[in-house]
Design a protein around this ligand. Structure first.
Ligand code: ADP
Ligand code: ZN
Ligand code: ZN
Length: 817
């Protein structure tokens, strides 16, 4: 009987699609395997099989799959369940989830650009097809799969592309955009298998050349030969630790004792710096550890509310150790790539190469390797990663740690799936029976509510490790100072004095500038004209470093005009205080200080993050200026002053979470101040000195903030007392869009009544030439989300059935942040 498969395509399509299996692979293809399928005109995609059956569809003519890519599933059964939950809950398609979940190398399609790898050397002869494809690519080093297909006239080319990718003869273009250059290192190994006996003979032979003997001894020690290990040894380390010259080593290479090979540093590295030792916990930490373990006996999720630098990370490490002891895997989620460097060092020290790191600043090939390794018999026991690592395959997940659980970077904004990785992790844990620990100094209000109403466990750590005092927070009234003309640009006299004194004492300074609502712009001094994106309803951001204007929504870049197009004026001035401006001004005031800046622009690559953080840790930088990135859980030892340049942009942001976020940001960034034996100082500049949030930050009174916010949220029906769904509508034609938004708003109201607000114009009402309208839906917690979803999708379908409305784009943001 003919077999068929239902597949998930990497496209935002509602239904599944069915293909026929050619007889020769009919018995090999199973659920979770990838297959290449034709879709649309002449396009091919990598699809994932989720159902194998004998039912021939009748509504359309079934095509055959073009090729089978995997013998073994690359997706575990539980992952399908997880994907389905994401698609259902966040109102998107399985195709959307597929696109977010898999690294690019696992989902090649016709449009994928492949790139020639000039360093490739084949270990074994390539197949004729592989050779042909590589030849075609060697003429022009970057080509789309479609073009290669045309040029070679080959069928089923995706299979060949996959084979070449596996051999690393080619790469996927995407990864190369990330200006990541793998660092190669020369390493040393025995040129052949070496027995004890052979080794003894060798030592005899080398008796006369002390340097060579020393090299051999050292190599044996470094490689762990006597322990039966084969660790990698870098050429440089070997030479340095013996003081031997390169010629001594070369002599051994000539004698065929050693051979030199090249390997990429950091790439799934096995050179462990493991000591296996855990720091003993202090009494507070030990108590917290025990309370968490106890809470896990009755509850799946526990909140660890620990002040900054209370040593939460050490508690995590002990919990990880325990999970590993029970043979379980651990997923350690971080909100931001910037944080992985510091945590990696701390975890590697204890767990060595049982730890794998997964994030988007790594090249795609590496992510593919990790994915495959997690499916193998020897997966990493611990995965440290950002948002997308919830999608990795885990076979025996026991614990998920969500560090800095309050961070909004856990929520994916665009594109779909607009999921919150913290919440998804909790659901994933529910499916696998794993426990979840949420850690933070400033819990999100939702989590706090869940923890205090008994849904989650709650454990507190109120003492800083080694009793370092929390910093003293000094508010500065900028309104008053401005009136008296005493501000120096954006700096108050007190802040400048504190910075000066810290520098004199050789201590460090962090200056924090909130990014939100603060994009630097240019403006015509004469008429006030501000350049805007031609595709989107936003002012362009000015990047001084590259002398360009860019649109942060569509990525379009523009040259800075030499005169104002509105009035021909030539005085175009720089407005707003981005971090660049802060840096320029601080350089003028403290010319002798070394200053670094950490924001989206300076941290495009992995090495850039690491360099900024390492330099600051090592004391090479005196002043670090940054956006929210500097607030997130980084742990520095010599910071005595923190300056919050402007609290008001955070307080004035038009969002129901603005106060909560302002508190979290300020409390977190303040937590970076303070050194052993010395209390740090935070200078908090604001024009709203009497604002309750300012008082709560000064008193570090998280609970007062939560109480006040919860009361307001309850009164106005906001989360955690209701669930929010934003319905977005997009269209090219603004008048038609307004009409459609009104109609859809009416239909929603007919079903959901007063739970519907809007339609409204969102703050950014046009992106990439499409206009946008937003409708807000507030759903009671008791109401069935499944029913609400069904109704929503039905209304959407009815809308689009009207021929006039058929090009309307609708998408949803569930639990928006
Ligand atoms: P948090 O995650 O709560 O901000 P960390 O775990 O980063 O705090 O701890 C702050 C500092 O105190 C770190 O430098 C850490 O190494 C040190 N520390 C915390 N607990 C211990 C411990 N039990 N033994 C040794 N050092 C510790
Ligand atoms: Zn002008
Ligand atoms: Zn734009």
């Amino acid at each position: 009987m003919k077999k068929y498969v239902d597949v998930i395509l990497p496209l935002p399509l509602a239904g599944g699609f069915t293909y026929a299996l050619p007889d020769e692979v009919a018995d090999k293809v199973v659920k979770g395997c990838r297959v290449v399928v034709p879709f649309g005109r002449k396009k091919f995609y990598t699809a994932i099989v989720y159902h194998v059956h004998y039912l021939c569809p009748t509504e359309y003519e079934v095509k055959e799959i073009t090729a089978m890519l995997d013998e073994k599933p690359i997706l575990l059964p539980l992952q399908f369940k997880f994907w389905q939950w994401i698609a259902d809950y966040y109102l998107c398609t399985l195709g959307d989830v597929y696109k977010a979940a898999l690294p690019s190398g696992l989902k090649i399609e016709s449009e994928t650009i492949v790139v020639y790898n000039p360093d490739f050397e084949a270990d074994a002869p390539l197949s004729p097809k592989e050779q042909q494809l590589l030849d075609a690519l060697s003429n022009d080093h970057e080509q789309s799969v479609t073009r290669l297909e045309r040029e070679t006239g080959m069928n089923a080319i995706l299979t060949v592309v996959k084979q070449l990718l596996d051999k690393e003869a080619i790469h996927i273009k995407e990864e190369l955009k990330r200006t990541y250059k793998p660092k190669m290192e020369a390493r040393v190994r025995f040129a052949m298998e070496m027995s004890e006996r052979q080794l003894n003979i060798l030592f005899d032979l080398l008796k006369r050349s002390a340097k060579q003997e020393a090299l051999l001894m050292k190599y044996i020690q470094l490689s762990g030969y006597h322990r039966g290990e084969m660790l990698e040894v870098s050429r440089q380390t070997l030479l340095q630790s013996t003081g031997a010259s390169a010629s001594a080593l070369n002599a051994l290479v000539d004698r065929k004792v050693f051979e030199i090979y090249h390997a990429e540093i950091g790439r799934l590295d096995n050179d462990s710096i493991k000591t296996g030792e855990l720091h003993p916990l202090n009494t507070h930490q030990q108590e917290a550890y025990e309370q968490i373990s106890q809470s896990f006996e009755s509850k799946a999720v526990c909140l660890l509310h620990g002040v900054t630098a209370s040593g939460k990370t050490e508690v995590y490490i002990h919990l990880i150790e325990e999970a590993l002891r029970q043979g379980k895997q651990v997923l350690y989620l971080l909100p931001e790539i910037a944080l992985t460097t510091q945590i990696t060092v701390r975890l590697k020290r204890v767990f060595g190469n049982r730890l794998g790191i997964y994030h988007s600043k790594f090249p795609d090939a590496e992510r593919v390797e990790i994915w495959q390794k997690q499916l193998s018999d020897s997966p990493y026991d611990i995965i440290l990663g950002v948002r997308s690592s919830v999608f990795l395959p885990f076979s025996k997940l026991g614990l998920i740690i969500v560090d800095e659980e309050h961070e909004n970077t856990y929520k994916q904004q665009d594109p779909a799936p607009r999921y919150n990785a913290r919440n998804a992790a909790i659901v994933l844990a529910g499916m696998t029976g794993a426990k979840v620990l949420l850690g933070t100094a400033t819990p999100s209000i939702e989590t706090w509510y869940n923890a205090t109403t008994g849904k989650y466990g709650l454990v507190k750590l109120t003492e800083r490790y080694k009793e370092i005092l929390l910093p003293e927070i000094i508010p500065v009234d900028c309104k008053e100072l401005q009136r008296k003309k005493r501000m120096n640009g954006q700096f108050s006299p007190l802040l400048l004095q504190e910075v000066r004194e810290s520098l004199e004492r050789k201590e460090q300074v962090i200056l924090f500038q909130n990014r939100r609502g603060f994009a630097p712009m240019i403006e015509c001094r004469t008429c006030g004209w501000v350049p805007k994106c031609k595709n989107c309803d936003v002012s362009l951001t000015y990047h001084k470093g590259i002398g360009q204007l860019t649109c942060h929504y569509c990525g379009y870049t523009y040259l800075v005009p030499s005169s104002c197009p509105a009035c021909q004026g030539v005085e175009l001035v720089h407005r707003g205080f981005g971090t660049e401006k802060v840096e320029d001004d601080i350089k003028m005031i403290f010319p002798e200080a070394t200053i670094a800046r950490m924001d989206l622009d300076t941290t495009r690559t992995r090495t850039a993050y690491e360099r900024i953080i390492n330099d600051f840790e090592a004391g090479k930088t005196n002043i670090l200026i940054g956006t929210q990135m500097v607030s997130k859980g980084l742990d520095f030892d010599h910071v005595s002053t923190v300056g919050i340049l402007n609290a008001d942009t955070m307080l004035n942001y038009p969002d129901f979470r603005a106060y909560e976020r302002a508190f979290q940001l300020m409390a977190q960034v303040a937590g970076r101040a303070g050194r052993k034996n010395k209390r740090g100082r935070v200078i908090l500049q604001t024009r709203n000195i009497d604002h309750p949030i300012i008082g709560q930050v000064m008193a570090n009174d998280y609970e007062a903030m939560v109480c006040a916010q919860l009361a307001e949220r309850k009164l106005f029906h906001y989360p955690p007392f209701t669930r929010l769904i934003y319905v977005f509508l997009k269209h090219k034609n603004e008048a038609l869009l307004d009409e459609m938004a009104t109609v859809m708003g009416g239909r929603l109201r007919a079903t959901f009544g007063a739970r519907v607000l809007g339609p409204d114009k969102p703050p950014v009402a046009r992106v990439q030439t499409l206009f946008i309208r937003k409708i807000v839906l507030k759903i009671e917690l008791e109401a069935s989300m499944a029913d609400a979803r069904k109704l929503l999708l039905q209304i959407q379908r009815e809308m689009i059935e009207n021929p006039k409305y058929k090009s309307l784009v609708v998408y949803y943001d569930v639990d928006p942040m």
